[in-house]
Design a protein around this ligand. Structure first.
Ligand code: UD1
Ligand code: MG
Length: 458
């Protein structure tokens, strides 16, 4: 779901976004770089890049740690044409931005500095951050009122002017009492960026080149330095798994609110998990405890019943799915079709009004309109080497507990007798039976019991 909120971007200004992602993410205690961890099924840096694109970034320079081809690839995927720069030694945020010197030298009207581990910033916010640049400000820093300001840089202000940002470790008692803190992101006038950054020194508590120092430098040179205030949630940065879970919570909450605002009923929103790209139509009803993996589109008026798990699936108007259904990539459920409980569907199209009501696996199949797939039907689509297709014609009726051994085709209007193992095609309107013929032995049970009892009494 994409936000429908409209906002103004100074669209005639070019904008270079420098995304810092060279952090080691030690506290994640992970084999994977921090910015590749996901929220709402997309990497954190993927979120940042997509938001920057929405906010009108015209080019991206990502700063990554040494040997981080995986991060570089994710960046290229998230923003085609992005330039990648490697920061060999982590000498601070200003040093990190300067690692992208070549990109800065190419010249842009606006430069945004964003962090790859701060995935909740909204496009509106980046736009708001840029806006004062178009009106002559030299730089704009993003601030928030911190519940607990410990660790953050503090905004030293005078009226609307930002005089300096003091890092926590360098702040005195009075400065530490300030609760207006630095969210970390900044917008800088493109033609000033390199000269401001070039003046930053590292004589501070951490011995680092602080990006935040350019505020005092710019102010000292007579440029206007402005502040954009955002809610604290938006600047939530992720350093450990608990903060990752908190980011997930916040993004889920946003996605649920957006879904409801667009006309979706979520009976118990806090139990429904959405993906960044979930698309739900009007009057879709989602019962409690449903998980949407990536790539799901649900059209108007469909119902997703409880305890269903969907991924890469398309659901047409008026269809019903679940409870306890699993739709895997390539599942396509036709208009008013029904997928019932304990049914798994993969790479299969169900025609309009088709019914698969219970206990079934359909993989690599197509099911014609109005067909009825009985309980316990299994498509045997895999022989350990290749995958094969099962074609089921319109209006066909598959008796319960049948195995359809692919490749195989069941004709239109054909019947399959219950319990069949079908290995050969069945023509239209025919009956296919593939099972042992039933035999009945009259009074067999009486004879059996007598014999068994006698043997026991001996
Ligand atoms: C920074 C800000 C602080 C602000 C806080 C908000 C500075 C000096 N301080 O502090 O005012 O309140 O963010 O969260 O900017 N990075 C690199 N290379 C480096 C150093 C950092 O790529 O050499 C990246 C990190 O991976 C991270 C981002 O820059 O994504 C911020 O760095 P971090 O060390 O978290 O800065 P803070 O101390 O949190
Ligand atoms: Mg930080």
């Amino acid at each position: 779901m994409t936000s429908t909120a409209s906002f103004k971007t100074p669209s005639d200004r070019s904008c270079l976004a420098v995304v810092l992602a060279a952090g080691e993410g030690t506290r994640m205690n992970s084999g994977k770089p921090k910015v590749l961890h996901q929220v709402a099924n997309r990497s954190m840096i993927g979120h940042v890049l997509s938001t920057l694109a929405k906010a009108g970034a015209t080019s991206v320079a990502a700063v990554v740690g040494p040997d981080r081809e995986d991060v570089a690839n994710e960046v290229r995927k998230g923003f085609p044409g992005a330039q990648i720069f490697v920061q060999r030694d982590r000498l601070g945020t200003a040093h990190a931005v300067l690692s992208a010197r070549e990109a800065l030298e190419q010249g842009a009207d606006d430069v945004i500095v964003a962090f790859g581990d701060t995935p909740l910033v909204l496009a509106e916010t980046f736009a708001k951050l840029r806006a004062p640049l178009a009106q002559g400000a030299g730089l704009v820093a993003m601030g928030f009122e911190a519940q607990d300001p410990t660790g953050y840089g503090r905004f030293i202000t005078s009226g609307d002017e930002l005089l300096a940002i003091r890092e926590h470790k360098d702040a005195n008692e009075a400065e530490r009492a300030i609760t207006l803190c630095n969210g970390g992101l900044m917008a800088i006038r493109g033609d000033l960026a390199l000269s401001l950054l070039g003046r930053v020194e590292n004589n501070n508590a951490k011995g680092e080149y602080y990006l935040t120092d350019i505020v005092e430098i710019a102010h000292g040179l007579g440029y206007r330095t402005a502040v954009a205030i955002v809610p604290e949630d938006e600047v939530h940065g992720v350093n450990d798994r608990a903060q990752l879970a908190a980011a997930e919570r916040m993004i889920q909450d946003r996605l649920r609110q957006e879904a409801m605002a667009s006309g979706v009923t979520l009976v118990a929103p806090e139990t429904v998990f959405l993906s960044h790209d979930t698309r739900l139509g009007r009057d879709v009803l989602v019962e409690p405890h449903v998980v949407f993996g990536p790539g799901v589109v649900v059209d108007d008026g469909a119902v997703i019943h409880s305890f269903s798990h969907l991924e890469g699936a398309r659901i047409a108007p008026g269809a019903g799915v679940g409870p306890f259904a699993r739709l895997r990539p390539g599942a396509s459920v036709g208009p008013k079709a029904k997928v019932g409980n304990f049914v798994e569907i993969k790479n299969t199209e169900l025609g309009a009004g088709a019914k698969v009501s219970h206990l079934t696996y359909l993989g690599d199949a197509s099911v014609g309109a109005g067909a009825n797939i009985g309980a316990g039907t299994i498509t045997c689509n895999y022989d350990g080497f290749g995958k094969y297709r099962t074609e089921i014609g319109e209006g066909a009726f598959i008796g319960s507990n049948s195995s359809l051994v692919a490749p195989v085709a069941i004709g239109k209007g054909a019947f399959v007798g219950s319990g069949s193992v079908i290995t050969d095609d069945i023509p239209d309107d025919a009956l296919g039976l593939g099972r042992g013929r039933q035999i009945v032995k009259e009074d067999w049970a009486i004879a059996f019991r007598e014999k068994a009892r006698a043997a026991k009494e001996k």
